[in-house]
Design a protein around this ligand. Sequence first.
Ligand code: HEC
Ligand code: HEC
Ligand code: HEC
Ligand code: HEC
Length: 408
Amino acid sequence: MKRRVPNLYRIAVVVMAVAGAAVVNYSPGAKAQVASAGADKKDGLKAMYATAAEVAEGKRIAQATCIRCHGLDGISTAKGVPHLAGQRPAYLYLELRAYQSGARGKKAMDGVVEFLSDDALVKVAAYYASLDPAQPFAAHKAKPDPVQAGKAAAAACAACHGEGGISKTPGMPNLVALEPKYLVTAMKGYKSGQRKHDLMKSLLAAVSEADMNNIALYYALQTPARAQTPAAGNQAAGKTAAVACGACHGNQGVSANPAFPSIAGQDAQYLVTALQAYKNGSRRDEAMKGLAAALNDRVMKDMAAFYAAQSPQPLNIRKPLTTAEWAQKCDRCHGANGNSVDPFMPALAGQRMEYLVKVLHDYRTRVHQSSAMAAMSDALTEVDIENLAAYYARQKARTVVFVPVPGK
Ligand code: HEC
Ligand code: HEC
Ligand code: HEC
Ligand code: HEC
């Protein structure tokens, strides 16, 4: 393909490159979806290639209509108002169209863009896109990763429950390879007194619900192993007696249903204590009470020996992505460190943190409609959203110069 780049653009590109902007060859024809798309996208291309005179006209429109919120420099000083300076031109134009059509919800920009012509939107988008972007903002502190936070909060538990939740002390249960939901229910039960145990109650008194979730996630992700404690009973007799238990706890004590705890590799003494507690009613559970009532101490010991000898299995739980891992996914569309090189794709670098948080919520609640971002935002937790917003707010924003490369 022979590329013909107009000389004027060459000069502009050299100047902009010296000023630190990225230079991107962009062929309008090469993007089939643009060529075949409706007027919206074609007008987006007009915003990219606006002339100096059109940009100047866009500045006059901004002065008349936009500056009370966005400023003449496109750098916001107000909460909830995004920076526009240096944002990608075709994206800005498309968002203005989205406000006009109501696809972004109406409130904030209501009445502002409704009466502007397409031509005016093209020009004002080109104007704000041509400005130098805001400086990055580094003051935001990232929230700790939930697994790291869980590990820190579980430091106090290791003395009894062992490193990584693998018990070395008879009577102390393994916490590894248990469903987070079960562990959280157990912790809340102790804390509220519904599950009676004075020691665990006092130990969990100061532990927040968020920390319980983090602790449970941390233990769920550790490599499972049997409790390193003795088991006195007769395993073979225990196996025979335990046939009826397999329906809920799994034949080898590995439960396939999160409603029933796994008991494979559990500390034998704790298993006996638990069965006795169900039997005498100090631990309440309808299903287990009836079953345990029929068991004598000998059978309990044998069953405990059988289950203690089984191998606990890793849970089907994925480690949540770190902020850096998420950002890699986002950057595939939004460009390296949020510096998009696609004129239709918003840059995120240097954007206001609280605006990024709000917008991600808007995608999730569909106030702001975008199929790509609906899917992405659904997968994010609150902590992910805050950390990603903080991450992009502190990236250095770079302007981009799009050089038209006509098809052959
Ligand atoms: C009354 C204050 C106000 C005025 C006037 C105003 N805006 Fe906005 N603008 C906002 C707010 C608030 C948002 C964020 C809304 C949201 O969260 O969707 C916004 C969002 C935008 C966005 C979306 C940015 C992005 O990153 O997605 C664009 C583009 C925009 N404004 C352009 C303009 C232009 C151009 C004008 C003038 C024609 C203008 N605005 C006038 C308040 C204003
Ligand atoms: C001083 C020893 C000790 C410490 C420290 C301790 N625990 Fe325990 N934990 C126990 C004992 C004993 C039990 C069994 C109680 C029972 O019979 O219900 C238990 C039971 C549990 C259970 C129930 C397990 C199951 O299979 O149902 C959970 C969950 C738990 N502890 C979490 C924690 C967490 C989280 C910490 C740290 C914040 C902690 N424990 C610290 C002694 C301790
Ligand atoms: C109908 C389903 C069901 C059957 C059958 C069943 N269990 Fe359970 N089991 C449960 C449920 C539900 C719990 C959790 C109750 C709670 O939260 O205290 C549980 C809890 C336990 C616990 C405590 C685990 C822990 O980590 O604290 C032990 C031990 C146990 N069962 C042993 C047995 C044995 C032995 C049998 C066979 C005699 C058996 N279960 C049969 C449903 C069942
Ligand atoms: C498949 C491509 C794709 C991926 C991956 C993607 N985005 Fe987007 N994103 C888009 C598109 C397209 C838009 C513009 C949607 C619209 O018109 O509102 C957008 C818009 C946004 C906006 C709004 C920007 C503004 O100025 O209003 C934010 C914030 C955002 N994305 C954050 C993220 C984050 C964080 C991730 C990673 C978790 C991510 N995106 C991953 C395609 C993507």
